[in-house]
Design a protein around this ligand. Sequence first.
Ligand code: PAF
Length: 285
Amino acid sequence: MEIARDRASLEKALADAQRVAFVPTMGNLHEGHIKLTRIAREHADRVVASIFVNRLQFGPNEDFDRYPRTFEPDRAALAAAGVDVLFAPLEQEMYPTPQVYRVAPPLLAEELEGAFRPGFFAGVCTVVLKLFNLVQPDVAVFGKKDRQQLKIVRGMVQQFNLPIEIVPAETVRAADGLALSSRNGYLSPAERAEAPNLYRILRAIADAILDGRRDYANLEVAGRAELAARGWKVDYVAVRHGLALRIPHPEGFDHPNLLIVLGAATLGTTRLIDNVDVLTEEGKD
Ligand code: PAF
């Protein structure tokens, strides 16, 4: 696996590539990231993964400096997974001057995650656009765990006419249902035992919809209450339409198969997010 630190070495490493698939990450990798690289491999002869902790997507109360930097184990895991090129740019390469131009994402970026993390999606879109310009991939793989990110990046690609296919990847879960996340490492043993309840509660709402419930607001309130009673600080539990994450019709006119249940809540000091398709169709998004 080649390691590229700047545009010139990245271009050299990809000079003879026919088709490039790209997996952007902030490092601190787990099996979910490795699955993204395996999916990438199915789409191209050359797989590039990036590791770059993007300060633009951290809010003032989110500690950019304390985000785990685990370069050596990350490098080894990507090499073992057969990644061809690791793009690990230095801060000066990505932001040689203060980044005063930003992508302005749509209103959706102010809802759900965006309501609790102002500026987050502008930061994500800006760095993803820059990474896309540097890597020039044909395909990029994004995990469905960060569902809103996937939607917003896909919209950006469409509206800016970027010639990149965005491929969604199913969330990888532990045996007890907990979605794999770099943040799981912060959980105490007791919190780790509690954590799968986020998925269980979202899944129960999805199952209730499949069983015919259409009173989404009540289901959301009940989900939030159950999490709160278990000691979580809940940001949101929301039933949304899968296409653009809009609020579904209150009288249940949307087909249940198109709905998604999303949640974000904090256990101790660790904020977890998850989502489930009311009806899972692998690969669809
Ligand atoms: O999902 C992430 O890890 C980040 O938001 C991304 C896409 C690498 C941009 O920094």
